[in-house]
Design a protein around this ligand. Structure first.
Ligand SMILES: *Cc1c(COP(=O)(O)O)cnc(C)c1O
Length: 364
């Protein structure tokens, strides 16, 4: 039996007619950049997930850049973040000339450790970029308490966590700014690039609104050096259709994760922990195994596709070599990178495929 790591066609084929009809409408109306489709999506996203307001953008990296500006981050500032993430989580910090300060992660959920954050705070610390990695919410109460105590601006990178909650609150709404990505492989994926920014602060939303389109409150008046981070009308139209399915897709991801957790029975596998404080949306189902590479080859032979996400933690990437983090400096993140293996978990997987993955792992 073949179990691909991810098959995007299975989600897109059933939506084909509806999506193409929506695209035709947007095309005929020439609503190419922002416009009604994007505005509808912004409203729908806010009501679906519980945000005050949403700004659609052209990627998940752009709102991270804007969040750094809204947080007032700049040269000389230290921004604490996690090394166990996709590179883009750190780019917003670097784009504005601030310094990423990497701290270790919790050994069970692989999200940034609040205890490690507390130890890294200095008089130069200006903010924290939290990542809800693999769809699992980070420990926001502890993080927000530190932020309040030290007056830090908190950015939540929710690129992998659309729909996840922490003690009932939607991710992205607890910090000062939340960012999302609609890259096609994300839980809510556009057919191309897309992203969004949310914030509970009116001032942040107003500044982000201006920065998104050339820092321009009025045509040809530029109050700030801005960007072109507009979302395409086509992507808005597609995301409006997909938004109707996200609850069902998330439910299916949760059911698959529950099956994996109940079925994989090996003493040498560390399964992802489901903490009582939050609900993951299972962007990835990732386990740790000391012989990860051999397990991966074995699964390949069984027809099961897997990925190593992420093989190299950010503090050891060549682009951050000058920060001087030695091997072993963040041992929990390094162990996760050295032993992690992500299993197939897209909503269209059949129960038979999930059972095949489980049996293949148990037979290793
Ligand atoms: C995908 C991703 C991003 C960036 O999103 P893009 O849309 O590719 O720019 C940022 N952070 C994390 C954790 C991601 O997984």
């Amino acid at each position: 039996m073949k179990v691909p790591f991810l098959d995007l066609q299975l989600q897109h084929q059933p939506l084909r007619a509806e999506v193409l009809a929506a695209l035709a409408e947007t095309y005929d109306a020439t609503r190419f950049c922002l416009g009604k489709d994007v505005e509808d999506f912004e409203k729908g996203f806010s009501t679906t997930f519980g945000h005050t307001r949403t700004l659609g953008m052209n990627s998940g990296t752009s709102p991270l850049h804007i969040a750094s500006i809204c947080g007032g981050f700049g040269p000389g500032d230290e921004i604490i973040t996690t090394p166990f993430t996709f590179a883009s989580s750190c780019w917003g910090i670097s784009y504005v000339g601030a310094k990423p300060v990497f701290v270790d992660i919790d050994a069970d959920t692989w999200c940034i450790s609040p205890e490690a954050i507390a130890q890294a705070i200095t008089p130069k610390t200006k903010g924290i970029v939290v990542v809800h990695i693999f769809g699992q919410p980070a420990r926001m109460d502890e993080i927000m308490a530190l932020a309040k105590q030290h007056k830090l601006f908190v950015v939540e990178d929710c690129a992998q966590a659309v729909g996840a909650t922490y003690r009932g609150a939607p991710v992205g709404a607890m910090g000062d700014c939340g960012t999302f990505s609609f890259y096609p492989t994300k839980n809510l994926g556009a057919c191309g690039e897309g992203g969004a920014l949310v914030s509970k602060h009116t001032a942040v939303m107003e500044q982000a609104y201006l920065l998104r389109v050339h820092g321009s409150p009025k045509r040809y008046t530029h109050t700030e050096v801005g960007f072109n981070f507009r979302m395409d009308g086509f992507q808005g139209a597609i995301l409006n259709i997909k938004l109707k399915h996200i609850a069902k897709w998330t439910e299916r991801r949760r059911a698959i994760a529950a099956k994996y957790r109940a079925g994989i029975k090996r003493a040498d596998v560390q399964l992802p922990v489901v903490p009582s404080y939050g609900e993951s949306v299972w962007h990835q189902f990732t386990l740790l195994h000391p012989r990860r590479d051999e397990l991966r080859v074995h699964l390949e032979k069984c027809g099961v596709g897997t990925e190593i996400i992420y093989p190299g933690p950010m503090h050891r990437q060549p682009c951050y070599a000058e920060l001087g983090y030695a091997v072993g400096s963040l041992p929990v993140a390094e162990k996760a990178s050295a032993t992690c293996l992500s299993l197939p978990i897209f909503p269209e997987l059949t129960d038979e495929q999930v059972d095949h993955v489980i049996q293949s792992i148990n037979a290793f």
